[in-house]
Design a protein around this ligand. Structure first.
Ligand SMILES: Nc1ncnc2c1ncn2[C@@H]1O[C@H](COP(=O)(O)OP(=O)(O)OP(=O)(O)O)[C@@H](O)[C@H]1O
Ligand SMILES: [Mg+2]
Length: 469
């Protein structure tokens, strides 16, 4: 039994049966559990209470079968098959454990089982966190790869905002198919630019993309605009007839812009073309077959129009196969700088001088709502670059709505040394800057400005700074 132990230890060994034996067991960090043939727990070392957080006395003398009926120790007792370094789960304690279990014998008969195990909850937790992190990393990698693989026409689409990118990735996917695309977003958000990008990276890119502005064509002309007309179809009709937009777009793409502004009568006619891919010219009888891809766009809320019965439900379903939603600029202000730079570079080429934005202008831009979205930004910068005449665009170069929001800035231009007006202007700029730097977090902004809540709100009111709730 003591083979391999040194001779001088014999004195120690003599005490083996009692003190030393239990001292060793009680100083092992792993739990040692012994059951008899009735699964009664006959021994537990001290690690038990440390690891499981349950006093030894709670378990000693009780049947393991009652405490943990699915326990591996019971299985080992019944089968006689030892298990080593096995991962298990203790249901009663919600604990993951790893350890070894083996039976012990008397005269060849199993009289009990011993289990030595440790808590590995932390390891299991780490493992699951690692798996999740890996999953996220894979997802991000995939997103990045998709972004890198985006056709050129999408990469030119300025913006790094994550929601915008999601839309672009989806747009690139659908572009390769023949599916109808519905582009939704506020005015000036870039719906037409996106429609063109979809067309330009589709198989039809060498064929025309024909745009129909459904809002701009008078009701009585829209049918002939879309479907064309035969010679003499109506008074004033051109001699020889005229091709409609659908025929022009044949084998290419038709871009139905402002589709939400189409009358119900036209919607019915349009639905037929989309479904049958055929139509007749106004005043004609011959059925014309066409092969077109449809991209539609609107800034209207089609779903509520369907509810109000101002937009046909069947047409809505026909169009809404892959909706591409463009986020308004106020919700993707992280793209302001990149967009501004792009536009300034374009204007710089026209006017032949370099242009940059002052930090104050940038902070006003960050706080502004941009109801006209990208088109508004483009126009504001065009205005400013002309007024500025080169170098740095300052607040005073911006259109009046930016500088006269509170009626104070304009007077500053007339009274360049007026203390009150200049201080007020400076104060407003500071508040806007602080808001931008604190991501519009009011409490942090007040702190960084060093003013009370009451003073802060008074000033917001005074300077007409509107914040969303
Ligand atoms: N991502 C972008 N990068 C650069 N310029 C853009 C981008 N998105 C839009 N623009 C520019 O912003 C302006 C508005 O874009 P577009 O006409 O596509 O918007 P829209 O959503 O169709 O607007 P509306 O609803 O008023 O028709 C255009 O001048 C376009 O060139
Ligand atoms: Mg448009």
């Amino acid at each position: 039994m003591f083979v391999g132990t040194h001779a001088v230890t014999t004195k120690v060994i003599r005490k083996w049966d009692n003190e030393l034996f239990f001292t060793i067991l009680n100083n092992i960090n792993d739990v040692v559990l012994v059951i008899d043939s009735d699964t009664v727990i006959v021994y537990l070392n001290e690690a038990y209470s440390k690891v499981l957080g349950v006093p030894v006395s709670n378990a000693l003398g009780r049947r393991l079968e009652e405490l943990e009926p699915g326990s591996r120790t019971i299985k080992v007792l019944r089968t006689g098959v030892a298990s080593s370094n096995n991962v298990g789960y203790l249901e009663s304690l919600d604990m993951n454990v790893v350890g070894s279990t083996f039976p012990f014998y008397d005269n060849g008969k199993i009289i009990g089982a011993i289990s030595i195990f440790r808590n590995v909850n932390e390891v299991v937790q780490l493992k699951s966190e690692l798996e999740q992190t890996k999953g996220i990393a894979d997802y991000l990698k995939e997103q990045l790869e998709q972004w890198e693989k985006l056709p050129h026409s999408f990469k030119e689409y300025v913006g790094q905002n994550s929601r915008l990118k999601e839309t672009l990735v989806l747009a690139a996917k659908v572009a390769r198919t023949e599916s109808t695309v519905l582009i939704l977003g506020e005015s000036g958000v870039g719906k037409e630019v996106l429609a063109r990008a979809v067309h330009n990276s589709s198989r039809r890119k060498d064929k025309p993309m024909i745009k129909v502005n459904c809002a701009a064509i008078p009701e009585d002309l829209i049918e002939s605009e879309l479907f064309g007309y035969e010679d003499g179809a109506f008074t004033g009709a051109k001699k020889g007839g005229k091709l409609g937009k659908f025929e022009l777009a044949n084998s290419g793409t038709i871009f139905l812009d402002e589709i939400g502004d189409m009358s119900l009568t036209m919607q019915a006619k349009l639905l037929r073309v989309l479904q049958e891919k055929e139509f007749e010219r106004v005043g004609g009888t011959k059925t014309i077959k066409i092969d077109i891809r449809v991209i539609a766009a609107t800034n209207r809320d089609l779903e509520s129009m369907v509810q109000n019965e101002t937009f046909r439900r069947d047409l809505y379903y026909r169009l809404n196969i892959v909706p591409l939603i463009l986020t308004p600029l106020r919700e993707r202000k992280d793209d302001l700088l990149a967009l501004s730079k792009t536009f300034l570079k374009q204007f710089a080429r026209q006017v032949d001088y370099e242009l940059t934005l002052s930090p104050q202008v940038m902070s006003i831009f960050q706080a502004y709502d941009w109801p006209g979205n990208i088109r508004e930004l483009q126009n504001v910068l065009e205005h400013a670059s002309i007024v500025c005449g080169g170098d740095m665009i300052e607040i005073r170069h911006l259109p009046a709505r930016f500088t006269t929001a509170d009626g104070q800035y304009s007077s500053v231009q007339n009274k360049p040394y007026a203390v009150k007006e200049n201080v007020a202007r400076f104060e407003k700029e500071l508040i806007l800057l602080a808001l931008a730097n604190n991501n519009n977090n009011r409490t942090n902004t007040m702190k960084s400005l060093g003013i009370s809540r009451r003073a802060f709100y008074n000033k917001l009111h005074r300077y007409g700074i509107k914040m969303e709730d």
